[in-house]
Design a protein around this ligand. Structure first.
Ligand SMILES: [Zn+2]
Length: 281
């Protein structure tokens, strides 16, 4: 059996669920995922903590919205007050590794230790996460089992659907015959897409593109949203953002425009923990 696909039991009058999630990586993404820990890269992470997060919190407050922040333990240890403010404003916090480690090639022992360290660090800012997002949007062969072991209720990293949550089925990859699947997990996947992530579109990384005008990004997101409203009943659209990217003036202006478009079209904008309660199979 492959994935078990679910749908959202939307609140009365709502036409689609929308999550505007923020991965508050600060410097950890540069340090671990890009191998960059020089002052300028660390300062780009600092921008997210000092400028991006407050600007985003103000925008969410303006529209009375709650959302989900995925926070690496390293960010919580570096900027505890910023993280506590996110919690104090009523937003959900999910697990996002310790120093933004991509789990793909980690041994079971190392991945387990990193997960534990993430839980311990989030506990210091008063958070017991029920959700996880993989730094790097990828799993090792052990990730799903480890998340189940620690009682994680949902993940938001995999890409096996676009408008519907699902229970992922672990896949045995074969090159000499077709792949086979175990039975689906009880954990709920809130699927992601690089198209609905601000980073590859808008963040400048040496040798890679990523400085699109925000109007082009808006067009992708609006077209996807409008398609969902028209064609995908009881669905969920999941947008993944980063304070150091979407905190920028041009991006947050576009984000506000997108929020307005979504609200005018009866979107239910909510954190994953609330959406999870309305997932039906
Ligand atoms: Zn991240």
């Amino acid at each position: 059996m492959i994935q078990k696909t679910g749908k959202i039991n939307l609140p009365e009058g709502k036409k689609i669920a929308l999550t505007l999630t923020f991965d508050f990586d600060s410097a950890s993404v540069w340090m671990e995922s890009f191998g960059k820990s020089s002052p300028i890269y660390v300062s780009r992470g600092e921008y997210g903590a000092v400028v991006g997060v407050p600007r985003i919190l103000d925008l969410l407050h303006k529209y009375n919205l709650k959302t989900t922040f995925f926070i690496p333990g390293h960010t919580a240890d570096t900027y505890p007050e910023v993280c506590k403010e996110i919690v104090a404003r009523g937003h959900e916090v999910g697990h996002h590794g310790y120093v933004h480690e991509d789990p793909t090639d980690l041994t079971l022992e190392v991945e387990d230790a990193i997960l534990q360290r993430g839980f311990e660090t989030l506990d210091k800012i008063g958070v017991k996460p029920i959700g996880y997002r993989s730094p790097g949007f990828d799993f090792s062969p052990n990730t799903l089992m480890l998340l189940e072991k620690y009682g994680i209720k949902y993940d938001s990293s995999l890409m096996g659907n676009d408008f519907y949550p699902y229970c992922p089925a672990p896949c045995h990859v074969n090159f000499d015959k077709g792949n086979t699947f175990d039975k689906p997990s009880s954990l709920v996947e809130m699927p992601c897409s690089w198209f609905l992530d601000d980073w590859p579109h808008a963040e400048f990384v040496m040798t890679r593109a990523g400085m699109k005008p925000q109007s082009e990004i808006y067009e992708i997101w609006k077209t996807t949203f409008d398609y969902g409203i028209k064609n995908m009943p009881n669905s969920l659209l999941n947008v993944a953002l980063h304070p150091q990217v979407s905190g920028r003036a041009h991006m947050i202006t576009m984000l506000e425009e997108f929020i307005n478009h979504a609200l005018e079209n009866d979107a239910w904008i909510a954190p994953f923990e609330e959406i999870l309660e309305r997932v039906e199979f």
